[in-house]
Design a protein around this ligand. Sequence first.
Ligand SMILES: [Zn+2]
Length: 465
Amino acid sequence: MVYSMRKLNITLYVFMGVIISYVFLIYIAVINPEGSQYTHNESVFEKQGDKKIVIAFRNDDLSANSNLAHEESVLNIFWKYGIKQTFAFIPNQGQNRNNEVNFSTGSHPVFNALENWSKEGKIEFALHGYTHQRSEGSSGEFDGLLYDNQLEKIENGKRILDKNLNTDVNIFAPPWNQADKNTIKACVDSGIHIFSGYLGEEPAEGMTSVNTNAVLFPKTNSGGEDEGLPSMEHVFEYAKNGCGVTFLIVFYHSNSDFSELDDYLYLDNLLQGFANCSTTIEISSIGEIAERYRDYLPAYNQAGLNIKEALEAKHVAKPYVFLYRKINEITGRELLIDKLNSDAFQAYWSGNYKHASKLAIEIIDRCDNYVVYGRVMPIIGSGLVFLIFLGFSKSRKIDSPYMSYRNFLLIFVVPFIIVGAYLNLFLFVSTIRIKEYNIISGLYIGGILVGIALSKIIAINKGKR
Ligand SMILES: [Zn+2]
């Protein structure tokens, strides 16, 4: 009687231990998925203003090597409608630090012309990186680099630009619109107080964000559909039916976007259309918008930032979303996330920044759920694997399935190959996927280890019988 009570206790402890271990693994899977971080400040949405579309044009990639005649031909179309553009200038294109461009003021025709255009009020300047070359460990030239490194580049860039163009540049537009917190801090510390990227950036003291949300010439695929960034015309259709102050900040590249006469005609027609439009439109420069709409820009930036964070969350959850979508197709249910995504963008383009932000956060929450479902799967998987082997315990061979070399390979290697191949299918050898792979692998190994420990204990327990 005493003996069987002891046996019962051991079995009870073992099973409690297993349950606690599995719950712990699930807890690890559930806490803090990558996407769940978002920024939110409801108070920025309080100010909305009367209905108005505020437009700006940012022309990227000007440099000392720009073709002056070509630049002037594009500029003339904008100036025909009295539009002041923002010229994002690369201070040190293609040069390294020791081989800095160093034209004395007034000696270079591009600098002369740009300085004159600036004096005439046709353009304003933005600093467009330093060399406009991708840095190692960065998705652009700046993000991911150390603060000191970024500060040095921005200070040097500003110095070159200020000296050669006789200005005091106050706008930073990072190459490829890629920046991080350190970039913003380095800008503020270099005396630059306006930032222009794409969508949104984390709010920072002393910095006003006037981010872009469209391109003048979208890249189209063979079917003529927009690829990636939305076109100005597309965004304008939503902005027209929008509410409050709605921003439409466009970037383009005069040096590559105007290869044919049609491109000039397209721009001319587009600007003419704005001039004749019945909706209230204000076309201004990024610097002037930053001054005039200081109170309205935080809502625009917040919505853009939340959409950016939602895109990131979708990116993290992509393999799981894909799997979940397939499962839903079988059960005939519709996956909401795609609809939420297009609704969020449409609200953003329409100037309904509060709603856009709300939808974006809903996307992030859903993506978090998909990640959690996905991560729980290997734990359940390892549990199932263990239960299968538990069946062997009747034949007292509980250890052997784990010890046999072939089974070892089967249990440990095959799932890793399958999961690794699946996760990386969506983005080959990306840090996000590798991180996710490590987490999944850790959970699976954890589950198997718990199973092995349990089978060992049971075997010992049986041996004592
Ligand atoms: Zn650029």
